[in-house]
Design a protein around this ligand. Structure first.
Ligand code: GLN
Length: 250
């Protein structure tokens, strides 16, 4: 009899334990591609993903009543991951574009960005967009930089566009001489150049200006509202400026 009771209680309790192991209601799964400093990068000391986007979305989520779990997702897989429910939020330096707005929601913009051109430090033939004729550009797959470079190729300006899964590899190829330039987000270019100042430099003006937003799946309008409210508070009470100072200072 005792054994039967134990068995019965295990059978009754098992589904409760199993469901308890699933996703916590108060947890937001954040997807990011962490080779994009200072917005998202692997902190080598802790082995964790850190950066301005991660700190900001963590604070926004906290104020909206959520904890976060951050996972590494390829940049060109982020929108599909949102749509399939594998992640709840994209925090990955993602520019708000009309094309993306057709498939996902964005929070209010949280920072201004835009594209710039990077060349090797010793390159004197490319001083800006006007010198890109016949050149080979490196870009990250699925990005606004890739869109811009492909448009320049279609216009007969760039000779070739080399696409990389992550932009760090494009910087390696630039230093190896495999490509003539990189078209990528300005603040990220600056971060890479600072790390490696002897090798590359930004030339010309900002190619295209844009703004980043956090991405959320369509149908989650309520989550977007909560996050926007938190973002407004974070901007108003000085927390936003502190995060900018922390992540954009060196
Ligand atoms: N801001 C660019 C875009 O949205 C690049 C983002 C990235 O590479 N993480 O396409």
């Amino acid at each position: 009899m005792k054994k039967v009771l134990i068995l019965l209680s295990v059978l009754i309790l098992l589904p409760i334990f199993v469901s308890g192991c699933g996703k916590n209601e108060n947890e937001l799964l954040i997807g990011t591609e962490p080779t994009f400093p200072p917005f998202e990068y692997m902190d080598e000391a802790t082995g964790k993903i850190d950066g301005f986007d991660i700190a900001l979305i963590t604070e926004m989520a906290k104020r909206a009543g959520y904890e976060v779990k951050v996972s590494n997702v390829a940049f060109d897989g982020l929108i599909a991951a949102l749509q399939s429910g594998n992640i709840d939020v994209v925090a990955s330096g993602m520019s708000i574009t009309d094309e993306r707005k057709a498939s996902i929601l964005f929070t209010d913009p949280y920072i201004d960005a835009g594209l710039s051109i990077v060349v090797s430090k010793n390159n004197s033939s490319i001083t800006g967009e006007k010198d890109l004729k016949g050149k080979v550009a490196g870009v990250q797959i699925g990005t606004t930089g890739a869109d811009e470079a492909n448009a320049l190729k279609e216009k007969g300006i760039l000779k070739e566009v080399k696409t990389y899964n992550t932009i760090d590899v494009a910087f390696l190829d630039l230093s190896n001489g495999a490509i003539d330039c990189i078209i990528n987000d300005g603040p990220v270019n600056e971060a890479y150049i600072k790390k490696d100042s002897s090798k590359s430099k930004i030339v010309g003006d900002v190619l295209v200006s844009d703004q980043y937003g956090f991405g959320v799946a369509k149908g989650s309008e309520e989550l977007v509202e909560k996050l926007n409210k938190a973002l407004g508070e974070i901007k108003a009470d000085g927390t936003y400026d502190k995060l900018v100072a922390k992540y954009f200072s060196n």
